[in-house]
Write a protein that binds this ligand. Structure first.
Ligand SMILES: [Zn+2]
Ligand SMILES: [Zn+2]
Length: 83
């Protein structure tokens, strides 16, 4: 049976999604719905709260979408103006 990486006397109930370590109930903490072990939680806490990922793909996709709508609009104006 798998035991906790940090407590060899305790049964492992989950796996850290970051380092794949088997962890017991008292070692596992859910961060954003994902299991994290004690060590990874510490590593996460050491990082700044908001990473640079505020420039998410969603944001860029929104920009591209807005840009293509603008181009469509301008094209429509051009087509209407030529008639
Ligand atoms: Zn971990
Ligand atoms: Zn443990």
């Amino acid at each position: 049976m798998a035991v906790c990486r940090y407590h060899p006397d305790r049964a492992g109930v989950g796996i850290c999604m970051r380092c794949r370590a088997v962890i017991c109930a008292s070692c596992s903490t859910q961060v954003e719905g994902i299991n994290h072990c004690f060590a990874c939680l510490k590593a996460l806490a050491a990082r700044p709260v908001r990473p640079v990922s505020s420039w998410s793909p969603l944001w860029s996709a929104g920009l591209v979408l807005a840009g293509s709508w603008l181009i469509l609009f301008v094209l429509l104006l051009l087509v209407r103006g030529s008639q």
